[in-house]
Design a binder for this molecule. Structure first.
Ligand code: PGA
Length: 297
């Protein structure tokens, strides 16, 4: 069936007025134009929609059916219009954000305060490592992402908004806690608990050691900063994590940051989306919010 919304509008007007002439007046069309559209509609459907009995125009059974569908379609279009209006005024909508695991330490707080301002939007937060996050961006799986420096070969829009310093942490009773300006070569002799392959943090640590002509001795690799912190404070070995992840442990004196030469490794957090992505009004609002509050994070 090939029919157009315009034909359905004309049909609805004729049905409501039971008259081709009055429908034509309402729609600012000529009466033959209206008759022609109805004729095309009837040819398309393969059934008569109206019958003229004397001076009166009646709907046929097929016409009654079509009128029911037209009313439902009109209602659906009105509903869609309401949804678009509330999307424009940010009172509704969906926001899908993917963040690198390390960024979750501030991203969840950020989303919570944003959603207080927009209580009716649906938020979805996916937390994963850099490798999976890049897959998500490639498959259009998120509106926005928060991650370390994105690779240049992807067509992305990336805005840097905050530093992400990586530090060496030790259990509070570790002998190196007493030392200052510890040579990196000394640290490189210690086994480390680090993030898994595929993590941006892991990649940066390896590149940093490599650039200083050193390599990393991996005591254990773990897929969450939380696990690394537990392992280090329990005395497994030293560890390297983002300083954003250890606020509570430093306060509670469960971990110490070592004073190592050339450290912290300074990385940055980026807000990222695909270049050709059409950001929804709510995604734009979140991007603006994040960039506005970033200095206070
Ligand atoms: P990750 O995050 O170490 O949790 O993967 C940092 C990044 O995106 O580089």
């Amino acid at each position: 069936m090939h029919l157009t919304l315009r034909q359905l509008n004309i049909f609805q007007a004729v049905a409501t007025h039971s008259s081709y002439t009055r429908a034509a007046e309402e729609l600012h069309l000529t009466q033959p134009a209206v008759s022609m559209q109805i004729k095309q509609l009837e040819d398309n459907i393969g059934l008569a929609l109206f019958e003229q009995l004397g001076k009166s125009l009646f709907l046929t059974e097929a016409g009654e059916e079509l009128l029911g569908y037209c009313e439902r379609i009109s209602q659906q279009l009105r509903d869609a219009e309401d949804v678009f209006d509330s999307m424009k005024t940010l009172s509704t909508g969906k926001l899908n954000i993917t963040v690198a695991s390390t960024a979750n330490y501030f991203a969840a707080r950020l989303l919570a305060s944003f959603s207080q301002q927009h209580p009716d939007i649906k938020l979805s937060l996916k937390v994963t490592n850099r490798e999976n996050l890049l897959k998500d961006l490639k498959s259009n799986g998120c509106d926005l992402a928060i991650m370390g420096k994105p690779p240049e070969e992807l067509e992305l829009n990336a805005t840097v908004f905050m530093e992400n310093p990586l530090v060496v942490v030790a259990p509070v009773n570790h002998p190196l806690c007493q030392e200052t300006n510890i040579p990196l070569s000394r640290i490189a002799r210690e086994p480390m608990v680090v993030r898994e392959q595929g993590s941006g943090t892991r990649f940066s640590i390896e590149r940093f050691f490599h650039n200083h002509g050193l390599s990393l001795i991996v005591a254990a690799e773990m897929s969450a900063s939380e696990a690394i912190k537990q392992a280090v404070s329990a005395g497994l070995s030293l560890g390297i994590v983002s300083s954003h992840t250890i606020e509570l442990e430093l306060e509670a004196n469960r971990l110490k940051v070592l004073d190592v030469e050339n450290m912290p490794i300074i990385r940055h957090w980026y807000l990222v989306h695909r270049k050709e992505k059409k950001l929804s009004p709510i995604a734009i609002a979140f991007r603006d919010y994040l960039l506005r509050v970033a200095p206070d994070l």
